[in-house]
Design a protein around this ligand. Structure first.
Ligand SMILES: Nc1ncnc2c1ncn2[C@@H]1O[C@H](COP(=O)(O)OP(=O)(O)OP(=O)(O)O)[C@@H](O)[C@H]1O
Ligand SMILES: [Mg+2]
Length: 228
């Protein structure tokens, strides 16, 4: 079945990624563009594409972190220090090892699986990876999203989150998605990130309706007026 046929029949489209390659980006953008066009909501493409890409990056990073840590554990179990390993992981991710981790992810079949579908005029996007968050990560994410939900913008978030001293939770991707959805008039039930002992799933639900478009357009006008 082609992408067009799947979209016309409202069937889910699944995109598998072992790394965030150009082809992954291309297919995410293509599927979102076609669905949004079908529902006259093209204006939402850039924010939604940015959000989905961020979720896929997170999922791929989590898979690669898993592979990296497993390797460290088996070779250096006696000396294994997770804080040190995390620092090394960050360093290596910024170098050519990222390509090597992509190969390993394929070997272990650790992928990020993005499922995009429309159910009752609601765009439903799930990004799943077969690697769980640990309890500390889950708590940090929960805490961050609770703060983000109450904030109007990123400056507001920095002020509110000053006391959040959990270093690994210092990223902003999930916070920005929360704020972006808020700008579309949506709330916490439209963005869920959940993890059990074997997987993590992040879900975004966006009603493809006039109300969402109006809320988003109003937000743009308000921001432009503030800047002017
Ligand atoms: N799909 C996932 N699987 C496992 N852990 C995840 C997943 N998504 C997020 N996390 C955890 O949540 C944390 C926060 O994610 P977030 O996107 O907000 O920040 P980040 O990715 O660390 O940094 P940034 O997005 O600013 O580059 C991650 O560091 C990771 O520990
Ligand atoms: Mg991120």
């Amino acid at each position: 079945m082609t992408i067009d046929e799947a979209i016309n029949l409202n069937k889910p489209v699944i995109i598998k990624a072992y790394s965030v390659s150009e082809s992954t980006e291309h297919y995410i953008k293509l599927v979102l563009t076609k669905i949004l066009q079908k529902h006259n909501c093209e204006v939402l493409l850039i924010p939604l594409y940015t959000a989905v890409k961020e979720l896929v990056v997170n999922a791929v990073k989590a898979n690669q972190k898993f592979i990296y840590f497993e390797g460290k554990k088996s070779y250096e179990s006696v000396f294994f220090n997770s804080e040190k390993a995390l620092q090394l992981f960050r360093l290596e991710m910024t170098r050519s090892d990222a390509k090597y981790l992509d190969t390993l992810a394929r070997k272990h079949n650790l992928h990020a699986m993005t499922t995009i579908t429309v159910i009752d005029k609601k765009l439903c996007i799930d990004v799943e990876n077969p690697t769980p968050m640990n309890e500390t990560e889950r708590d940090a994410v929960k805490k961050k999203l609770n703060i983000a939900r109450q904030c109007e913008d990123i400056t507001d978030y920095f002020i509110q989150a000053q006391e959040d001293d959990y270093k690994e939770g210092a990223g902003l991707g999930l916070v920005l998605i929360t704020m972006m959805l808020k700008g579309m008039g949506l709330n916490q039930s439209n963005f869920i990130i959940d993890s059990d002992h074997e997987k993590t799933i992040a879900s975004i639900i966006v009603p493809l309706t006039e109300a969402t478009l109006q809320a988003y357009q109003k937000r743009i006008i308000d921001s432009t007026t503030n800047v002017a």
